[in-house]
Design a protein around this ligand. Structure first.
Ligand code: ATP
Ligand code: MG
Length: 1048
């Protein structure tokens, strides 16, 4: 079989004829750059783009890569009819479209059963997000579905406006710029129905929450809430409509944008939230934007004038204690040499603590939102689908584009690094792998040179030597570090790298454009100057510990999920932001490498976001750095189409009598016989080791056309011969083909009956197995009390297995949880062992997590419990209160006293009331504990020294009062007698004193009264009674009467 009009013998003429024929299929220019006559000319490339763009033909192929130019206007090419046009149609047979690429990817996933991914790249504003939405919509509309799956499709689509509201913002380059990276997996079952999804998010640009460049905005959700939220909601949140009142929202000086309707978008988000998760709106969902906005609301107006009411609302939203938050925002907690110190923050530090809190709240809530969406997209009832393991995925990557701003900081560094990695992947998967494939297949090949950006990736990410490692090192290094020292370190370490320049390293001309605080990277996409200011802080991304502790206590459902207690307890330092980002990118690369990629390369035609404007300089720059010319050259110098021998033969064998219906020889000979029969010329194809390579698309089209024409004939043949002779694969050829109805029906009936028979056999087999299972189960149940025997082995094994499985899912989660499932009789002993083992494990884990200061706290609490539990009324109240290291600040202790004590350091101090032994006159004193003695201090004077060695005992009443008596030796003339003291922290003081003196067994709890020595030989008595309020006064008979409050 030969196609007409191709009687040309030299390669050039073949191409010419072919190209002009194909060009006729296009309306304007060429729809595949591979067909461009002057394929080495950048000007011709751009001219082709321009011509097509002018006619609203925004899509063009380079082989299988789709180039898309942002039209900046709505085109009538995304309707349902258009989707139908592209459904199931071969890639090259119809004009290029994002739907063609989506459909091709979908079919490749189904026929080859291999996971696919679509990588969408291009600079900010080039149309990546729009492209990804169109792909998703195409799948939602065209894939087979049912009611249940329609809900999922809805969720997939509705996740977009929600994520965009929280993660997108207006920038100078794009009114809806994605400020986070997104990779979404759509999961399909064996029928090709979308059944689940999963989103991975990458590095949200949190700094935008507190600062925006001129002409830019904060994340959309803030403005949407103010503009679209109804009056009641705003009143509840104590918010005003005007964004000008909120400093966080007007840093960029443009709270309103004409192209954006915040009001409508708010409605869209509010409609989308319940679709994603019905609960999300009613409870947590609403709180989410609110608590975030609440956070920014705190900083409304000027620094000082935040009203009490607003304060209350914000605190309610954050669900934290007001005084604790105030303290944490204005003080810093440091631990030096095991001691905790609190120091006040100056104004600038407090401002940055506030900003850090706002960023952390927003960033973590965003991650929570993604988790929530993932839960709703999760394929929950996989059991309903018997072939669940046959599911495949299509991944969609829409990640921030390459970005060069007036001032570029840490965020741009990460964004551009990410783009370097994606370019690397593109090189790996298209340029390098294509050339390698020719080599492995033994095809003669002329190497095409291209710029490999690995050198820049290494400069950024190399272990120990790369910029990220140096940044981490500088953040962790002890001593004085700052952004400038980081820059100097960079100059020392990577100063000689050809892609790295700083002011100091540059020559005269470049020096003028790189300031002293900047370093310049020569990216594959262009040069970018990064200002190092803020690099260290952003990389540290640390929220001070006080704030973390406060937020951990939050009783807001979402925030308590976002700020985990373990984070405060865990002493391991979290990974730095850049390293976290690097690692997540590595994982992303692994994910993408494991899939079959398709590419959409987006181009931005102008910077003014205007329709119809094609800025040649801008486009040329993008064509260059996206490597489109190299891509074309590799494609063009090579072959447009390649297929494994078996796939090619399987598809086209009906076209040759020798290969139809079956070829029994070597595959390569079969393919060779087939192409000879088809009349392929030598320059049109090459046979590799396992694949056939066809140089021009036209050759393939003609072969496809021939197959199309042949189908009715073969259909008849099949219909009137014995169907059993052919494999199902042969019939498959006819699916979706317009053959005569009779033939088609015949084939369909055969396929149907075969398929139904197979399904019925499968069902019967499953029923038989089920009946057998039930029989064994019942028998086992009857014999369950017998010894283990063939009759009951299945049942007993099942009971054991079920117990263990149930146990695995219901293991106690904390040491306090004493629940344990009841074991079957045969597992009682094993269960007991497991229970003990598990408990021991939990205890070990718990102990490992306990920090030194908590350990100390716990030891003191244990001693307190030994002394006071069930002995003193006020003990239960003290259990939940922490024992402090000291109740007196260092400044509260007189310097003279400290000097007098000399080398004996005060370990603990507390204010007490001392009662005179005779008249019981109360006198305020400080009780200071050192390692070997305690002293009672009256302002500057040490009034009494109590050596621990001499201490005879400590007496405490059993009621809820704070009285305690320190008994001194009576025979010691120097001692003034026993000390009668009162302190509101009596449990803490007595525990600490007893522990320091190593005299815990000397503490006596006296129920009715305490006797004490006034002076040598003489005795005093304290009587304790219960009353309505605490009172200490001289009572009858010269006793000291202490009235304690009833507590319960
Ligand atoms: N196919 C299209 N049809 C109509 N308008 C489009 C199309 N693609 C992009 N646009 C317009 O361009 C704008 C920017 O596109 P998009 O948000 O997809 O850019 P992006 O590449 O994702 O940028 P960023 O990296 O900043 O997120 C869109 O808001 C839309 O107005
Ligand atoms: Mg985007």
């Amino acid at each position: 079989m030969r196609y007409q009009g191709r009687e040309v013998d030299i390669e050039g003429r073949v191409r010419l004829v072919m190209e002009s024929a194909l060009t006729a299929r296009d309306r304007v220019g060429v729809q595949d750059f591979v067909l461009l006559e002057n394929y080495n000319s950048e000007a011709a490339f751009i001219e082709n783009l321009r011509r097509r763009f002018r006619e609203n033909l925004i899509y063009t192929y380079i082989g299988s890569v789709l180039v898309s130019v942002n039209p900046y206007k709505e085109l009538e090419i995304y309707s349902k009819q258009q989707m139908e046009r592209y459904r199931g149609v071969s890639f090259y047979e119809i004009s290029p479209h994002i739907y063609a690429l989506s459909d091709n990817t979908y079919r490749a996933m189904r026929t080859e059963r291999k996971d696919q991914c679509i990588l969408i790249s291009g600079e900010s504003g080039a149309g990546k997000t729009e492209a990804s939405k169109k792909i998703l919509l195409y799948y939602a509309v065209t894939c087979p579905t049912n009611d249940h799956m329609a809900i999922l499709g809805d969720r997939l689509l509705q996740s977009n406006p929600v994520l965009e509201a929280f993660g997108n913002a207006k920038t100078l380059r794009n009114d809806n710029s994605s400020r986070f990276g997104k990779y979404m997996d759509v999961q399909f079952d064996f029928r090709g129905t979308p059944v689940g999804g999963h989103i991975l998010n990458y590095l949200l640009e949190k700094s935008r929450v507190v600062h925006q460049n001129h002409g830019e905005r904060n994340f959309h959700i803030f403005y949407q809430l103010l503009d679209g939220g109804d009056d009641d909601l705003l009143i509840t949140l104590d918010l005003e409509r005007n964004p000008q009142n909120y400093r966080y929202l007007v840093k960029g000086n443009c709270p309103r944008v004409s192209s954006i309707s915040d009001k409508n978008n708010w409605k869209v988000v509010m409609k989308a939230l319940p679709v994603i998760d019905p609960d999300i709106k009613s409870c947590e969902g609403q709180n989410c934007p609110i608590s975030i906005t609440g956070c920014s609301d705190m900083h409304k107006h000027s620094q000082n004038s935040i009203t009490e009411n607003r304060c209350v609302v914000v605190l309610q939203l954050l669900g934290v204690d007001g005084s604790a938050l105030r303290e944490a925002l204005t003080h810093k907690k440091l631990t030096a040499k095991g001691e905790e110190m609190i120091s006040p923050l100056n104004y600038e530090q407090a401002v940055s603590a506030r900003d850090a809190l706002a960023k952390a709240v927003y960033g973590r809530t965003f991650t929570w939102l993604v988790e929530k969406i993932n839960q709703s997209l999760h394929w929950k009832d996989s059991t309903k689908f018997p072939f669940s393991k046959d599911s495949s995925v299509i991944g969609l990557l829409d990640i921030y584009g390459f970005e060069v701003l007036q001032q570029n900081s840490f965020e741009q560094f990460c964004i551009n690094y990410c783009n370097e990695k994606l370019q690397q992947l593109f090189i790996e998967l298209t340029l390098r792998s294509e050339q390698e494939e020719y080599e492995t297949e033994g095809i003669a090949w002329e190497t095409v040179q291209y710029f490999d950006n690995k050198i820049i990736c290494d400069l950024i990410e190399e272990k120990h030597k790369g910029i990220i490692s140096i940044l981490d090192e500088e953040c962790l290094r002890p001593g004085e570090t700052c952004d400038v020292s980081f820059l100097e370190k960079l100059e020392d370490t990577v100063g000689s790298h050809p892609h790295f320049i700083t002011h100091k390293l540059a020559n005269g001309k470049t020096r003028r454009v790189v300031s002293r605080e900047e370093f310049r990277l020569l990216h594959y996409a262009g040069e970018v100057n990064y200002n190092v200011n803020g690099f260290l802080d952003k990389n540290n991304d640390l929220l001070n510990r006080n704030l973390k502790e406060v937020m951990c206590q939050s009783d807001n459902q979402i925030l308590s999920h976002c700020f985990r207690r373990e984070e405060v307890i865990d002493q391991k330092r979290p990974e730095m932001a850049a390293t976290q980002f690097k690692n997540s990118l590595m994982k992303l690369m692994e994910i993408l490498m494991s899939k079959e990629p398709s590419y959409v390369r987006c181009i931005k035609p102008n910077d003014a976001k205007q329709p119809g404007r094609f800025d040649e300089v801008l486009v040329r720059h993008q064509v260059k750095y996206l490597g489109l010319m190299e891509n074309l050259r590799v494609r063009r110098a090579g072959f447009a189409y390649r297929r494994r021998f078996e796939a090619f033969l399987q598809r086209y064998k009906p076209l040759c009598p020798e290969t139809w219906p079956n070829w029994h020889g070597r595959l390569v000979d079969g393919v060779s016989t087939l192409v000879n029969h088809l009349g392929y010329k030598a320059e049109e194809y090459k046979l590799g080791r396992s694949k056939i390579f066809i140089r021009f698309p036209k050759t393939l089209f003609t072969t496809e056309d021939a197959l199309e024409a042949k189908k009715p004939e073969i259909g008849n043949e099949l219909c009137y011969t014995n169907f059993g002779m052919f494999s199902l694969a042969e019939y498959k050829i006819f699916l979706g083909v317009n053959v005569c109805t009779c033939v088609f029906r015949c084939v369909v009936i055969v396929i149907q009956s075969g398929w139904r028979g197979m399904k019925a056999r499968r069902r019967a087999k499953r029923r038989r197995q089920a009946a057998e299972l039930i029989r064994r189960f019942i028998k086992g149940f009857i014999y369950r009390h017998e010894e283990y025997c063939p009759e009951n082995e299945y049942f007993l094994d099942h009971v054991r297995y079920s117990f263990l499985k149930n146990l695995r899912q219901n293991l106690p989660k904390s040491v306090l949880d004493k629940s344990w499932p009841t074991p079957p009789p045969s597992l009682v002993e094993a269960s007991e062992h497991l229970r003990r083992l598990h408990m021991r494990n939990m205890v070990i884990k718990y102990c490992r997590r306990v920090q030194p200061e908590w350990k100390k706290q716990m030891m003191q609490k244990v001693v307190a419990s030994e002394i006071f539990k069930d002995q003193k009324d006020s003990y239960p109240l003290s259990v939940g209160r922490l024992f402090l290291d000291s109740r007196l600040e260092r400044e509260q202790i007189n310097l003279k006293v400290i000097q007098t004590l000399g080398s004996d350091k005060v370990q603990y101090g507390v204010s007490v009331i001392k009662y005179d032994r005779r008249g019981f006159k109360p006198r305020p004193r400080q009780l200071l504990l050192t390692n070997t003695f305690a002293v009672l201090v009256d302002r500057t004077k040490i009034k009494q020294r109590i050596d621990y060695a001499a201490l005879r005992g400590i007496s405490v009443g059993s009621l809820s009062d704070g009285m305690f008596v320190l008994h001194m030796p009576t025979e010691d003339n120097k001692q003034k007698g026993d000390a009668v003291l009162h302190c509101s922290h009596v449990i803490e003081v007595v525990t600490k004193l007893a522990m320091m003196a190593n005299k815990t067994s000397y503490v006596n709890i006296n129920p009715g009264s305490i006797r004490f020595t006034v002076a040598r030989g003489k005795e005093g008595i304290i009587d304790f009674i219960r009353g309505s309020e605490l009172k200490v006064a001289k009572g009858k008979r010269g006793h000291l009467l202490v009235v304690s409050q009833r507590l319960f």
